[in-house]
Ligand binder design. Sequence first.
Ligand code: ADP
Length: 710
Amino acid sequence: MTTTTMVTSSSPRVVGNKVPSVVCRARRSSSGENRTMMMPLKKKMSARDDEKRRHERSSFGGVRVAAARRRSSGGSSNDDDENNIINGATTTRDELLEEIEKVKAENAKLKTLQMQLEDVSLSSSLSSSLSSSSSSKSTTRTTIKTTKKAAVGALRTDPKSESEIEWPLPITAEGCPVGEEDKKPFWETRPKNDPDELFEGKTATEKTNRPKKIAHVTAELAPLAKVGGLGDVTQGLGRAMKMQGHNVEIILPYYQSLDANEIFDLKHVMDFDVPKGTKWDGENVVSMMKTSAYSGNIGGCDVILLKPHEETNSNIFKGGAIYGGSYNELEAYLYFSRASLEFLDKSGRDPDVIHVHEWQTCAVPMLYWEEYHGKTSLNKAKIVMTIHNLDNTGECREEEFFATGVNGAKFNVIEKALDERTIGHNPERMCLMKGGVVYSNKVTTVSPTYAKETLDGNGGFMSKILKANQEKFSGILNGIDYDLWNPALDATLPANFAPGNKMTENKKLCKKYLQIGLGLDADETKPLIVCISRLVPQKGIHLIERAVTQSENNGNQFVLLGSGHSDGGFKRMANEEFSQTNSSNVRLMITYSDALSRLMYAAADFVLVPSMFEPCGLTQMIAMRYGALPIVRSTGGLADTVIDCDADQENGNGFVFYGADDQSLDECIQRANKTFQDRKKFHELQERVARVDYGWEASGNVYAELYESL
Ligand code: ADP
């Protein structure tokens, strides 16, 4: 054990490059994907087919009717036959009706192909017009449709017929199959997604010719180390940049709760010492915490996992869940921030960009510019910080910061990390997120509207800080990983689907599967609303409760999957009025399960997201990908991604309400229900929303530009 003394403070040396205050980005599909779509179409349109289509256009149905006549007259085929038919030559009524049906079916197919062609043309023309402009109004983005790989690709298995599906036994109140209390609930027994299968053969659309070394430092990474959207975003963004040809590594705490068997290619890399401050006999002492680094792959991303070495007996990151272990979280993430920098230095990584996320890793930029840059092997990195949510900004007392091995006094001043609201308090405290903003070269948040909302004063104390740093702050809309969230390949679903491929029929099977499994009425005609959410005030708890209690009155079914510190009321409802015995239309699942969430997205007609504020929100995007229509309150990223179907018949992709009161929600659900009753329209909307492109490619490009600008 070594002991060192503190270094003294100096000013931050960060000089942010100029960046537009808010970067609104536009959606566009990759040229590669457009090509994939166009090739089969082109192939189909041979000269012969062109001729045939011209003929069909000029004499609607004539070819078909002629064919019918050929069959009925023994098979001779010539132009005269056709002309006879067109000119009203004799044939039976039934034959004509039969042929009319066939033509209708052909027309429907033609319409689908035309829609796909329109999508391709629209997205390619938009991508060329958008490439000339780095910013555009966020609302224009959402009108852009595109046909993704899944729209034309094969499904994972041949979609099963109803009789082939092994239907689940309904769960009991304890979540086990009836009569089989020792067994797992049905969603945990479904096959798991194999990342190899999901990511196999996926190539970047366009490789960069300026590859960068990017190190993310984060507390979450999907699918293994995920609690909410932070995990999805670090995984999706990390993989998108890797697909572009950048060298991306994601540094993550090695939580005890991570199942080593699910980390691909897990290897021990090195042990190294991390300075760690403690109070010893009233004295500040810095000692060295032996730390182990492992490499592996999670969710298609290369990871570095850090944890205190076994022999230290530290309880940091120990426990059965990502958060909420028996350790002090602030101390643990301060240690982790320091350990990440030590790892980057001692392993000789020398990244171009260090990208940090949320308050947990904000000490990285602070320490980097004060302790590492120019003093260690880390000389060239610039820092990007992403704010995923301003709900928690990382309050930290000066002496607590000492867990990094650096005296907090260095940062506890107004121009650095001091939380001005605590001036005159005893003690005055720091805000790690403020420190992160001050010390980072660029700061992003996760949607253009949330960026605007925060600058307009809706970000509490941080609004002032962000306004003061406006020139380096921008809003970039999150995406979702279209390979990880892919109903065509998702192994957890009993029947797979994609737009244009078994969408309606197999979504119905998924709905029935969930209804049976959760012991709901297996009634296809009842609109099924689901809500998958952390249960915290931000998510609109009172509106979720309202939707639950109104479901039966509205003729809806409702399934909630969620947990969090505001879940008490739902637990009570789950055990009382909406228990298995009392309700066959509502089920409240107060737990966390990736597999169940996937089944729910696939089964849902609607996904409710009634947030009071929402930095970006991913559930509405996943909903669309799985052919469910989001019902959202217009705020933050929800406003950027969902267009009301009634307000915009052509581009609508969900239902939007504005108020935070019961009536606003009720009216919106009623509108959604009305659309559900129009089956044809509803199925068309399902197809439409499943084609909307909220993948990471477009956002990845904006981040690439941002990295390039550092
Ligand atoms: P937030 O980051 O505020 O939690 P987002 O909408 O950005 O909200 O992301 C939520 C992510 O977490 C989605 O992928 C959603 O499916 C998932 N999720 C939320 N609650 C649960 C749960 N109880 N079980 C499984 N997945 C959940």
